[in-house]
Design a protein around this ligand. Sequence first.
Ligand code: UDP
Ligand code: MG
Length: 311
Amino acid sequence: MEAQKPYLSVVIPVFNEEENLVELHARLATTLDKAGYAWEVIYTDDGSRDRSWDILERLHQQDPDRVRLVRFNRNYGQHMAVFAGFERVRGEVVATLDADLQNPPEELPNLVAKLEEGYDVVGGWRQSRRDSWLRKLPSYVVNRITSRVVGVDLKDYGCMLRAYRRDVVDAMNACQETSSFIPALANTFARDVVEIPVGHAHRQGGTSKYGLMRLLRLNFDLMTGFSVLPIQMVSLLGSLVAFIGLAFGLFLFIRRLVVGPEVEGLFTLFAILFVFVGLQILGVGLIGEYVGRIYREVRQRPRYIVRETRG
Ligand code: UDP
Ligand code: MG
């Protein structure tokens, strides 16, 4: 019998998750069977050093049509692992979640149901997030910044329990850049995005794969990957400094006419210095602007997505 084409494809990145995989898969399969979808799951082993791959292979052997595997030769990071899954999905609806059981698989039918109401992307929003405040505070800041930069206001960009329509995933697949942040990228292509509250649990087994440095890097990717705003701020600062210098120079000039020459001309020197320092910063900003544009070109993201045409 030929395998039925799945309706729902679930993509799960796996990096050293041996303690969680069996339970994760059992809960996932139970939930999806009960919901009655034709489903498949694609696990990407992101260069695990533990028994994760052996466990995944066993799951695949037990259910070869519905459990599909990708294995990286080394660790490329969560988002690349999800992309590897995205490139292989067969379903019309694509969902992602973490392997550590922080995202309950039982939420998937809710996400899919919401998507079926006509949205392109449904994000999970971890209403009572089970992480330390050290992890939550930076997330809050990042969510605000990302919302501004991407132009879609979401409460929780970090939650990977999400569902996408297939065409959004295809658009993301057409992006070839190496550092990307999937929830933000999806929003640049989606028309209707909605968030629904989802449960969040403590990590079941193992430890978090994100140290402070990795988080910082991810956020830097986000900032630089989605706008040239940071460098534009530099240009703005440069213009401001130069302007202050000019204004100060003007002030000194008028003062000289009114009060008479100042002693030793020290402040005049300051004014001149300000103008030149300002111009220099502006110059750096301008170069940055060009580099930013080059960067945007070499990424070769699709420039637009046509929804429909007539005639
Ligand atoms: N992950 C991955 N590659 C990495 C880091 C993480 O595939 O380099 C996976 C990990 O196995 C998990 C998900 O991404 O399924 C989220 O990672 P984690 O739970 O460590 O992140 P946190 O919940 O602490 O943000
Ligand atoms: Mg986690």
